[in-house]
Design a protein around this ligand. Structure first.
Ligand SMILES: Nc1nc2c(c(=O)[nH]1)N[C@H]1C(S)=C(S)[C@@H](COP(=O)(O)OP(=O)(O)OC[C@H]3O[C@@H](n4cnc5c(=O)[nH]c(N)nc54)[C@H](O)[C@@H]3O)O[C@H]1N2
Ligand SMILES: Nc1nc2c(c(=O)[nH]1)N[C@H]1C(S)=C(S)[C@@H](COP(=O)(O)OP(=O)(O)OC[C@H]3O[C@@H](n4cnc5c(=O)[nH]c(N)nc54)[C@H](O)[C@@H]3O)O[C@H]1N2
Ligand SMILES: [Mo]
Length: 756
C-alpha cells in the first residue's frame, strides 16, 4: 500500500459545544414533552429525580445543572412524546419487527398498554392487567420454580428490587441474575474475595484529596461524563492522571467544561491524562506487573522505604509469592504482552511512586475479559503495595453502569445465596428460603439452550440483545413456556417470545408514581454506596402504566399463597413500608432509612475495606500472583485479532439514540471495524472496504457478521474495535471470566474475511 490511510480522529475536546449539540439533537428527534428542561434542572438533586443513565455519585453541593450530555439524553429519551400503541402492534407483526434496527424499535416511543403475544396472528394484542397477572401467575404455579428466571437490568429502585428478590425466594429460587452479571460481576467476585467488599472503596470526597489517578479501561467522557468535573478540579490542584486504554478516548485527553464560559468561548480545555498508554486489549495484567516491578526496584533503591511494609505486614497475605512472581516475570514478556515499552511503563511508575494518595479507576476494559479476575487482582496488588486501600484520597474505584445496579445487589437481587441474609428474611417473612445457588446470565443462556429454563421475567433491560452468542440463543428462547417483559420501550428482546408472553409497560423514574398512599418516593444507590431518594414529577406517558413495584406485586400476588407477613397491597400503596423492611433486613447499613434518604449527597451505607476491616475468609487483604500475563486464553496467531466491543457516545447499552460517535469521529454508521493502518496493510485491507468478521472460538459453531466497513483508527497492533450490541453474535457463550462468569466482551478472538 503506497500511502497508509489516515486514521479517523475527532480533533476537539470532550464536553464543549459538541455536548450541547448532542443534547439538542435528541430533544429534536424525541420531540420531548414541554417542561422537559425543568425536569433536567431537578436531575440528581435532593427533592428531584435521580438520572437513569450511569451510577456516578451525586454530590452534596450540586451544580445548577447537575447532568451531562448523556444523562440529558437518557431523560429526554424517557420524556419523548412518541408513543408505541396497540395500533402500532396491529400494523406490524412481531416477525416483521425483527427486521428493524435497535434504534428504530425504541424510536417508536413509550409503550402505553399491557400487551399479550398472540402466536396465531404473530401480533401483540392489548390485554387487561388482571388478565396478564392471572395468566402469568397460573404459568408460574404450573412449573418447577427452579426453572424460572427473574432478571433485573439495574434501573429498578431499591424498593422494587427488594420485593422482586423476596418474591423469587418465596416462590422458590435464587435465579436472580442482573445486568451486573454482564458487567461488574467480576468486581463483586474479585473484590469480595480479596478485600471482603463486593464494591469499590472510594467515595466522591476522595477525588478532592488524591495525588494520582490510574485509569484502566473506563471511557469517562461517554459513560460517566459527570466524573469529568471532579477530574478537572483534581487536575487543577495538581493531581496526575495516567490512562491505560487501547483507544485514545477523548474524555481522558481533554475536557471543555460546558459550565465554564471562558472554556466554552476560548475552546481551551483542561488536559486530562499526563500519560496515555495504548495497552493491547487484554494486556493489563502485564502492564500492571510492569508497574509493580518498577515499584519493587525503586523500593530497593530507596532502602525499602517505598513499600508500606507496616500496612502489608499487618493487613495483607500473599505478598511474598506476589513479589516472587514479579521478580520471575521478565520485561521482555511484559513488553510483548502489554504492547507497551518498558520506558513508558516506568514513566507511569514514577507518577505512582511520587503520589501520596492513589486511586485506581476501572471499567469494562478490565472486567469483561476471560481473566478479568486477574486484571482486577493486579490493580489491587498495585494499590496494596503502598497501602492505598483504607485511606482517604486513595482506593479502588470501579465505575458502575446502570444507575441502581449496585443497589439491586445490595438488597438481595443475587444468584449467590451466601451474599443474602437468608436467615433474616426467613424470620421476617416466616418462610424457608431456597439455599441453592441460582443461575448467572451465562447459566441462564445455557439453560435456555438445554431447555432447563422454562420461564423468564425481565424487570427492564434487553437481555437477549445484551448477551453473547445471540444468534444461537434467540431461536431457543421461543421454546420457553413463559416470557414476561416489564419495560418502558420496545426492544429486540421483546420480539422473541415463550408460548405464553406478555409485554408490560411501566412508569419511568422521572414520572409521578401515584399510589393509594399518595405520590411515592423511590431510592437508588450510586457507585459510592450512597443512597438517594428520587421523586418523579412528570405526568406518566400513558394512563395505563403501572409502577414497577405494582407490576411485581401484581404478579407475586397472583402466584403465591397468602402469607400474613407478606403484604403486597400495603407495600404498593406506600413504599416507605418497604424501606422499613429493608432497614430491618440490612440493619447495619440501612437503619432509619426513611429518615435518611433526603440527606444531601445521599446517606452512606459504609464499607468495611475502607476502614481496613477485611471481611475475607482469612480476615486479611490478599495479594495475588497471577498464573498468566494475558487476560485472554487464546494464543496470538497471524490473522487472529482481539476484538473489543464498546459503546458509542450516542447510545445507552442496547438503546441506540443515534449514529454519532462524536468523540471518536465516527459519524452516521455503526457497522464498522476500527483497525490500525499497519494491520490493514498486513492483511491487504483498504479503507471503506466491506468485510466479514468471523468468530474464532474453535468450538465448531459458525459465528459471522457480514458487511462491516473497514475504518482506519489509531489502535495497538492486533486490537480491533466495533460496536456492542451489533457484534454480540460473534462472542461465544463460553468466553467469560473464569471466576465470575461475566461474558468477556473484550479481546474476543476473531478473523476478518474479505469478499473474494
Ligand atoms: N452514555 C452512556 N453511559 C453509560 C452506558 C452507555 O451505554 N452509554 N452504559 C452504562 C453501563 S451499563 C456501563 S457498565 C458503563 C460502561 O462504561 P465503560 O466501563 O467505559 O465500558 P465500555 O464502553 O465497554 O468501554 C470500555 C473502555 O475500555 C477500553 N478497553 C477495552 N479493552 C481494554 C483492555 O483490555 N484494557 C484496557 N485498559 N482498556 C480496554 C475501551 O477502549 C473503552 O474505552 O457505562 C454506563 N454508562
Ligand atoms: N458485546 C457486549 N455486550 C455487552 C456489553 C459490552 O460492553 N459488550 N455490556 C454489558 C453490560 S455492562 C450491560 S449492563 C448489559 C446491559 O443489558 P440490559 O440492562 O439488559 O440492557 P439495556 O440496554 O440497558 O436495556 C434497555 C431497555 O430497558 C428498558 N428500560 C429503560 N428504562 C426502564 C425503566 O425505567 N424500567 C424498566 N422496567 N425498563 C426500562 C427499555 O425497554 C430499554 O429498551 O449489556 C452487556 N452486554
Ligand atoms: Mo453495565
Amino acid at each position: 500500500m503506497a500511502n497508509p490511510p489516515e486514521t479517523v480522529e475527532y480533533d476537539s475536546a470532550t464536553g464543549g459545544w459538541g455536548s450541547l449539540r448532542g443534547m439538542g439533537d435528541i430533544a429534536l428527534s424525541e420531540k420531548s414533552s414541554p417542561g422537559a428542561l425543568n425536569t433536567l434542572r431537578s436531575q440528581n438533586k435532593t427533592g428531584g429525580f435521580m438520572c437513569t443513565s450511569c451510577a456516578w455519585g451525586k454530590p452534596k453541593h450540586p451544580h445548577a445543572f447537575e447532568f451531562c450530555e448523556n444523562g440529558a439524553k437518557a431523560t429526554l429519551w424517557e420524556l419523548t412524546t412518541h408513543r408505541c400503541t396497540p395500533d402500532f402492534f396491529a400494523k406490524h407483526s412481531v416477525t416483521e419487527l425483527r427486521g428493524w434496527s435497535d434504534h428504530d424499535l425504541e424510536q417508536e416511543g413509550r409503550l402505553t398498554h399491557p400487551m399479550r403475544y398472540d402466536a396465531a396472528s404473530d401480533h401483540y394484542v392489548p390485554c387487561s392487567w388482571e388478565e396478564a397477572f392471572f395468566a402469568i401467575g397460573a404459568e408460574l404455579q404450573a412449573i418447577d420454580p427452579k426453572s424460572a428466571i427473574f432478571y433485573a437490568s439495574g434501573r429498578a429502585s431499591l424498593e422494587t428490587s427488594y420485593v422482586y428478590a423476596l418474591f423469587a425466594r418465596l416462590y422458590g429460587h435464587n435465579n436472580l441474575p442482573d445486568s451486573s452479571n454482564m458487567c461488574h460481576e467480576t468486581t463483586s467476585v474479585t473484590l469480595n474475595a480479596l478485600i471482603g467488599s463486593p464494591v469499590g472503596t472510594c467515595i466522591l470526597d476522595d477525588f478532592e484529596e488524591c495525588d494520582a489517578i490510574f485509569f484502566f479501561g473506563q471511557n469517562t467522557g461517554t459513560n460517566s461524563p459527570r466524573f469529568l468535573h471532579p477530574l478537572q478540579k483534581a487536575i487543577e490542584r495538581g493531581c496526575k492522571v495516567v490512562t491505560f486504554n487501547p483507544i485514545r478516548e477523548k474524555g481522558l485527553i481533554e475536557f471543555i467544561n460546558p459550565q465554564r464560559p471562558t472554556q466554552m468561548l476560548t475552546g481551551n480545555g483542561t488536559p486530562i491524562s499526563c500519560q496515555y498508554l495504548q495497552v493491547r486489549a487484554g494486556g493489563d495484567i502485564a502492564a500492571i506487573m510492569g508497574l509493580c516491578k518498577y515499584v519493587f526496584a525503586e523500593d530497593e533503591r530507596r532502602g525499602g522505604t517505598l513499600i508500606d511494609r507496616a500496612f502489608v505486614n499487618e493487613h495483607c497475605l500473599g505478598f511474598d509469592s506476589f513479589r516472587a512472581k514479579a521478580d520471575a516475570t521478565t520485561w521482555d514478556r511484559i513488553e510483548q504482552e502489554s504492547g507497551l515499552s518498558r520506558a513508558d511503563i516506568e514513566q507511569a511508575g514514577r507518577v505512582y511512586v511520587e503520589a501520596e494518595r492513589v486511586i485506581g479507576v476501572y471499567g469494562m476494559g478490565l472486567t469483561q475479559h476471560v481473566h478479568g479476575f486477574e486484571n482486577i487482582a493486579m490493580l489491587l496488588n498495585l494499590l496494596l503495595m503502598r497501602g492505598h486501600i483504607g485511606r482517604s484520597g486513595a482506593g479502588i474505584c470501579p465505575v458502575r453502569g446502570h444507575s441502581n445496579v449496585q443497589g439491586q445487589r445490595t438488597v438481595g437481587i443475587s444468584e449467590k445465596p451466601e451474599l443474602v441474609p437468608l436467615d433474616a428474611l426467613a424470620a421476617q417473612f416466616d418462610f424457608d428460603p431456597p439455599r441453592d445457588t441460582g443461575r448467572t446470565t451465562v447459566e441462564v443462556c445455557e439453560g435456555v439452550l438445554d431447555e432447563t429454563v422454562q420461564a423468564f421475567i425481565g424487570l427492564g433491560g434487553n437481555f437477549l440483545r445484551a448477551i453473547p452468542d445471540q444468534a444461537r440463543i434467540e431461536p431457543a428462547w421461543e421454546r420457553m413456556r413463559l416470557t414476561v417483559q416489564i419495560a418502558t420501550k420496545l426492544n429486540r428482546g421483546h420480539l422473541f417470545n415463550g408460548k405464553t408472553a406478555y409485554l408490560l409497560p411501566c412508569l419511568g423514574r422521572s414520572e409521578e408514581d401515584m399510589q393509594a398512599g399518595g405520590p411515592q418516593t423511590v431510592t437508588i444507590e450510586d457507585s459510592f454506596s450512597h443512597i438517594h431518594a428520587s421523586i418523579g414529577h412528570r405526568t406518566p406517558a400513558s394512563e395505563h402504566l403501572k409502577s414497577e413495584m405494582a407490576i411485581v406485586a401484581g404478579i407475586a400476588k397472583a402466584t403465591l399463597a397468602p402469607n400474613p407477613k407478606v403484604r403486597w397491597d400495603a407495600w404498593t400503596g406506600d413504599y416507605s413500608l418497604v424501606r422499613d423492611l429493608i432497614a430491618e433486613t440490612y440493619h447495619e447499613e440501612f437503619h432509619d432509612m426513611n429518615a435518611r434518604i433526603f440527606e444531601p449527597g445521599g446517606f452512606y451505607r459504609g464499607n468495611g475495606a475502607r476502614e481496613r476491616i477485611w471481611k475475607t475468609k482469612t480476615g486479611k487483604a490478599q495479594f495475588t500472583a497471577p498464573a498468566m500475563l494475558a487476560a485472554t486464553d487464546v494464543a496470538d496467531v497471524d490473522g487472529r485479532y482481539r476484538l473489543v466491543t464498546v459503546r458509542s457516545n450516542d447510545q445507552f447499552n442496547t438503546t441506540i439514540y443515534g449514529y454519532s460517535d462524536r468523540l471518536r469521529g465516527i459519524e452516521g454508521k455503526r457497522d464498522v471495524i476500527l483497525i490500525n493502518p499497519a494491520d490493514m496493510a498486513a492483511a491487504g485491507l483498504s479503507e471503506g472496504q466491506r468485510v466479514a468478521l468471523v468468530g474464532d472460538a474453535g468450538d465448531g459453531h459458525v459465528r459471522r457478521i457480514d458487511n462491516l466497513e473497514i475504518v482506519p483508527f489509531d489502535l495497538p497492533n492486533g486490537t480491533i474495535v466495533g460496536y456492542y450490541p451489533e457484534l454480540n453474535p460473534l462472542i461465544a457463550l463460553h468466553h467469560y471470566d473464569r471466576n465470575s462468569k461475566t461474558p468477556a466482551s473484550k479481546a474476543v478472538p476473531v478473523g476478518i474475511e474479505a469478499a473474494p
